[in-house]
Design a protein around this ligand. Structure first.
Ligand code: GDP
Length: 453
């Protein structure tokens, strides 16, 4: 395989930067562009050792550097590899990369180092995907989930289920191939018990998917409410900056402003929308239309009411619209005298938070309500769950094959038909771990990585 090189640190000035080189020729290329200060020769450096020296492009000295050498298979990619740590200036880093390219390396594509680690059997596909999740983790929960997968939890679980399926397939094959021999008949009862156990294991892998997705991607949240209840003020208070227009004139928040905000360990993907009341204003009407669609697709609706005014027809309308949806009512303006019909609201909506967006008081109550609504404090990080749509599709497909096989068995269908379904489930598990998958799937997975990882 060719030797690849890339800058692995961010494209911004920093304390240090790292240029990574991997492939059969990595150490030769490092020797051509790095001169150790001591007598050590790069080609003779053992794996996991460093040398202090300087990087050069031909005769031009570029920077003081540290070179770290890795010898195959004991490197991230499983190949010979070298990492040059230099001062973190953009120009100097690019010059050292250019020197590596001038001396025989090729530019690495997105995620190509991790892709090579996968192709060399260092990681399965779920672990490779977890590497990207570690990089994008914004908080403790995301990091823990990603770390669990990186460490191989999903892979091990898939393997365990796969072993059960392979054992069943083996029994079925022996029985079907040698009917005259003294092989005990496969008891449908035993088979069913084994299938049901595989079904439970698979179901547990997708059971917490939505909660995991919400932690990783954030909660798609809509702030809804009639004009002037304080939606924009709440939005600004949550996002910590003046992003949407706040005025006293009803209906001035016309289009949808989106912003990701962190509320403790939670990420809210907030859209501040035009009020959802009926309107004759065409421009505002467009905003209202979008608002309705968002209301239907949101993970969470924060329904805002004005605590200093009685409930109106628009409020009742909103209460009706959000019934049976995941929602939290925010009764805003708690700093002003309260006249809102609390009793009625409490009889209609389960979670209600009283706060003042203007004074920024009570926002922590909203955070606690969201944690409760999504049961975020009840997550057990030891529980493995599908980490993305690809993984979920594989598990769902395997699960429906197993369910169909169990159903067929209960209905007294021939064992050959059951065998076909179990075999199909096994194929989906191999696709999950990447042991049997197409180049297109692998390319798709790694295309989401950054260059240098
Ligand atoms: P929106 O139309 O729902 O987006 O409402 P705005 O955020 O534009 O707020 C409407 C008016 O209510 C503005 O004058 C805000 O200053 C005021 N307001 C918003 N939140 C509070 C609050 O917590 N307390 C009080 N007293 N006034 C508020």
């Amino acid at each position: 395989m060719s030797t690849i090189a890339a800058i692995s640190t961010p494209n911004a000035p920093g304390g240090i930067a790292v240029i990574r080189i991997s492939g059969d020729d990595a150490i030769n290329i490092a020797e051509r562009i790095f001169k150790p200060a001591g007598k050590k020769r790069v080609s003779e450096m053992p794996g996991y050792t460093c040398a202090y020296g300087a990087a050069y492009d031909s005769e031009e000295r570029l920077d003081d550097c540290i070179l770290t050498v890795f010898r195959a298979p004991h490197s991230y990619t499983g190949e010979d590899a070298a990492e040059i740590s230099c001062h973190g200036g953009l120009y100097v880093t690019k010059r050292i990369l250019r020197a590596a390219l001038n001396n025989g390396a090729e530019n690495a594509g997105p995620g190509e180092f991790t892709k090579r680690a996968f192709l060399n059997g260092k990681l399965d596909l779920t672990q490779a995907e977890a590497v990207m999740d570690i990089i994008s983790a914004r908080g403790q929960r995301e990091l823990k989930m990603a770390e669990n997968l990186r460490e191989g939890a999903a892979f091990r679980k898939a393997k365990k289920i796969s072993e059960t399926l392979l054992k069943i397939l083996g029994d079925l094959a022996a029985w079907a191939d040698y009917p005259e021999e003294d092989i005990p008949e496969v008891e449908p009862e035993t088979l069913l018990t084994e299938l049901e156990s595989a079904e439970r294991e698979l179901a547990s892998l997708v059971a917490n998917y939505d909660r995991g997705r919400i932690i990783r991607e954030g909660i798609a949240t809509v702030i809804a409410g009639k004009p002037n209840v304080g939606k924009s003020t709440l939005f600004n208070c949550l996002s910590g900056c003046e992003r949407s227009i706040v005025t006293d004139i009803a209906g001035t928040t016309r289009d949808v402003v989106e912003e990701s905000v962190r509320l403790g360990e939670i990420t809210l993907r907030l859209s501040d929308t035009a009020g959802i009341r009926e309107t004759s204003d065409i421009i505002e009407g467009m905003g209202v239309d979008i608002a309705r669609k968002r209301l239907d697709s949101a993970d969470l609706i924060i329904a805002v009411f004005d605590g200093s005014c009685p409930l109106t027809a628009d409020d009742f309308d909103l209460i009706n619209k959000i019934k049976n949806k995941k929602c939290i009512a925010v009764v805003n303006k708690s700093d002003a005298p309260q006249v809102i019909d609390k009793e009625f609201l409490e009889s209609e909506i389960q979670q209600i938070v009283y706060l003042s967006a203007k004074e920024n008081t009570g926002v922590e109550l909203l955070q606690a309500a969201i944690e409760t609504e999504f049961e975020l404090n009840e997550i057990n990080y030891e529980d493995v769950s599908a980490a993305n749509e690809r993984q979920k599709r594989c598990i769902d497909s395997a699960l429906s094959c197993i369910r169909e096989a169990a159903e067929a068995l209960r209905g007294g269908v021939f064992l050959d038909a059951v065998t076909v379904l179990i075999d199909e489930a096994e194929q989906y598990l191999l696709e999950l771990t990447g042991e049997k998958t197409t180049d297109a799937v692998v390319d798709e997975v790694f295309s989401r990585f950054c260059v240098g990882k």
